[in-house]
Design a protein around this ligand. Sequence first.
Ligand SMILES: Nc1nc2c(c(=O)[nH]1)N[C@H]1C(S)=C(S)[C@@H](COP(=O)(O)OP(=O)(O)OC[C@H]3O[C@@H](n4cnc5c(N)ncnc54)[C@H](O)[C@@H]3O)O[C@H]1N2
Ligand code: MOO
Ligand code: MG
Length: 422
Amino acid sequence: MLTVRKPISVEEAIERCRARVKLQDIQKISLYEAEGRVLASPVYADQSLPPFDRSPYDGYALRAGDTKGASGENRVYLKVIDHIGAGDVSECIPGEKEAVRIMTGAKLPEATDAVAMFEQAREEKEGFSLRKTFVPGENVSFAGEDVQEGELLLEPGRTITAGVIALLAGAGVVEVPVYRKMKIGIIATGSELVDAGVFPPPGKIRDSNTPMIAASVKEAGAEPVVFAGVKDEEESLRKAVVQALEETDALITTGGVSVGDFDFMPAIYEWVGAEVLFNKVGMRPGSVTTVAVTEKGTFLFGLSGNPSACFTGFELFARPVLRESMGDRFPYRAFEYGRLKESFPKKNPFTRFVRAEYDRSTGEVNPAGFNKSNAVAALAKANVLVILRGGTSHIEKGEKVAMMMLRDTEGVDRWEIPGHSR
Ligand SMILES: Nc1nc2c(c(=O)[nH]1)N[C@H]1C(S)=C(S)[C@@H](COP(=O)(O)OP(=O)(O)OC[C@H]3O[C@@H](n4cnc5c(N)ncnc54)[C@H](O)[C@@H]3O)O[C@H]1N2
Ligand code: MOO
Ligand SMILES: [Mg+2]
């Protein structure tokens, strides 16, 4: 007998998932492998940056007081007593009207407190002359002007970017504490599925969900473990789920979660003793998305078989769980607002997630064509999911709509600063 499923709101479904998140263990990895991972411990500066007063220019390190009274009519002459490049430390201490020829990055010699760039000096026999006075500290890159010794540089929960890696290297952190990468099992279910490399015979279709979800898992910073697709047969599905649960940290299945005669996933979740957090969400597509948690705390994401529903289910429920489990303090996609480029009919009482193309330069967002839950083509175009609240009716062109951003940044096809003329 068909049991009627009670839909819960998207917010409630997301909260139920969040409440069951467990942080991954911490491991140390090479600085060169750390990009995209999440920092697991705070990082403090073991020294100031720069560590010493240094020259920011190629020129002459001098004592500012020696330049007093310098002008175009009254050039001041200074004698060069040493010559250093970056990495060298001068042993000479300039006395009155003495200076050191110094290159960018070299430590300022003792007694000097300013630097004249080559362009500000005229070379003379055994030295140079100046036509301007210098104040103490002029053209000096000071110790600690960037980072102070002991300062908190990075907080845990930050995703590691190239810039973060520069700071880690600056602090001498070559073994970076990060959260362990989760292994995510993926099983596509469906007797109609053939591998994407095969031209499907009548009645069959290519499995697009497995490679799509593997890509989404990677993009979320986890490691996909793809298991062979399984026919809609209860026994085979049980075996596959048990094996995947043993070998991975969370499992994503696609298909077989609705109320069809061959939709076995709900029964299998029950059979493995998992607690079903929800099996119906007030959203389209992906209303039948089912999320369960095993006794050990392992997540089972039963995504719909329909590709657009599968994609949406992953984005809303699986991705935040993976990101947060791997330490990300910002596990949700960013939201922005755009203006709808075309009117959008909306007959459903459920919240709709419309795959759409957002153009940042105009602020307009355009639904990506055929937008049903079985759509594949729209997935390739979409860079946002427009969110149309349940209960709202027809939405007019030009109306402001909320969008969930699927990518952090979008490139443009030419380098041009908006609003600047050439
Ligand atoms: N009587 C009802 N029927 C359906 C309901 C309902 O509430 N009552 N819900 C509909 C909704 S909404 C959706 S969404 C689907 C969900 O179906 P399942 O999650 O059970 O998925 P399947 O039945 O296995 O497949 C659905 C659809 O997707 C295709 N598919 C499956 N796997 C893949 C794959 N790996 N790659 C590409 N395409 C795939 C499959 O061939 C089907 O066409 O149920 C509705 N029915
Ligand atoms: O669950 Mo279905 O994807 O709403 O269309
Ligand atoms: Mg089905």
